[in-house]
Design a protein around this ligand. Structure first.
Ligand code: NDP
Length: 342
């Protein structure tokens, strides 16, 4: 069983950060939310960013902002909150020179360290504090006094207190609020399960929802009704919340008996031995590094396959109906609400 810290027990670990200089590198989805929450916990944070719109946003939020190399040199604890694809380059040129022994570098995802794309030097603590929550949620939940789950770990523990620091960061970014927790993990485990979710149920859900819409429309259902029923109503989000709160099967109690009967009789048919074999293959591709190698090669080639697949996905005919519907509902076009961190 993994070690787990919850509520006040986790919140107390914030003491591990007191008196230590924090630098948040990157002010995007995670960077902004984590920096704001750390500051609300009473910690002093410097933001490191290229001098552009994100830096301006950090300045407008009242943070001291410096170029990445300067913020890295200033911070005793560096939270690297840059996209995984840009981390290797920025790390090597702007962060590594600042990582003298005794410093701590922390990541919100295990990917780059687990697959050897970023190699922190000897003598520093290397922490993992990986929220299972998007940046917007991290900020909003903290404002409501609620927490969220994070995976924490220590890849290198030069000081002997790396896990303590990781727990301090988890507490400082608000994970210890009501309902939150920190679960002990590792860079490799975090990267594996994150990729596994992306490659299996998340990817398959998007593909299946599209196929459901196409099947209904082919059978004469109006695109508006088909798309609203399948995903645009937001019911899918409510079911996700119910699964998180009540459990995978217990949430069925919120559905009608007719719906429960349909779930129980039809659902398992989709997960036969063929699908289980696909799941095992997806896991093997992650564990033997072949996915990471494929993705690195694709990025180096300038993303040709990625762009082509996105073009094909966008060309599905029913998405034109989605576009008209979303415009009618005010979700797209002029006046549509901008998505961002609270
Ligand atoms: P974002 O895409 O939101 O990061 C944007 C930030 O990165 C900006 O500050 C941007 O500044 C900076 N940046 C982008 N490109 C460069 C570059 N070439 N050089 C220097 N800075 C750059 O990232 P996320 O917040 O989504 O992800 C950060 C980390 O958190 C990742 O490790 C991710 O896996 C992890 N994570 C993300 C989650 C999410 O919900 N998004 C959830 C859990 C973990 P500028 O463009 O101004 O240079």
């Amino acid at each position: 069983m993994a070690r787990i810290w919850t509520g006040e027990e986790l919140g107390r670990h914030v003491a591990a950060l007191r008196g230590r200089r924090l630098a948040v590198i990157g002010y995007g989805n995670q960077g902004r939310a984590q920096a704001l929450n750390l500051r609300d916990t009473g910690l002093k944070v410097t933001v490191g960013n290229t001098d552009d719109a994100y830096a301006a946003s950090a300045g407008a939020d009242g943070f001291e902002v410096a170029p990445i190399a300067e913020a890295a040199a200033h911070g005793e604890i560096l939270l690297v909150l840059l996209p995984d694809e840009v981390q290797p380059g920025v790390f090597e040129h702007e962060i590594l020179p600042a990582l003298s022994p005794g410093r701590t570098v922390s990541f919100a995802s295990g990917y780059t360290v687990a697959f050897g794309l970023v190699r922190p030097p000897e003598g520093v603590d290397v922490c993992l504090v990986a929220p299972r929550m998007i940046g917007r949620g991290i900020r909003q939940l903290a404002l409501e006094g609620r927490g969220f789950p994070v995976l924490v770990g220590a890849e290198a523990n030069a000081s002997g207190r790396a896990l303590e620091t990781a727990l301090g960061i988890a507490a400082g970014i608000g994970a210890g609020g009501a309902g939150g927790c920190a679960v002990e993990s590792s860079f490799r485990e975090e990267a594996t399960i994150d990729l596994f979710s992306e490659h299996t149920w998340a990817a398959a859900t998007v593909a299946l929802l599209g196929a459901c819409c196409e099947t209904l429309i082919e059978a004469g259902v109006s695109p508006e009704a088909a798309i609203l029923e399948t995903y645009a109503s937001g019911e899918i989000g409510e079911i996700g919340r119910a699964i998180a709160e009540l459990g995978l099967v217990e949430q069925l109690a919120l559905h009608s008996t007719t719906s429960q009967y349909g779930h129980l009789t039809r659902g398992p048919e989709y997960v036969g031995e063929q699908v289980r074999a696909k799941l095992r293959r997806a896991l093997a591709e992650i564990q033997d590094d072949s996915f990471a190698r494929e993705w690195t090669a694709e990025q180096r080639a300038g993303l040709p396959r990625f762009r082509e697949l996105l073009r094909r996905a966008r060309a599905a005919p029913f998405l034109q109906q989605e576009d008209s519907l979303y415009r009618r509902l005010g979700r797209r076009g002029e006046g549509a609400e901008r998505q961002g961190t609270t």
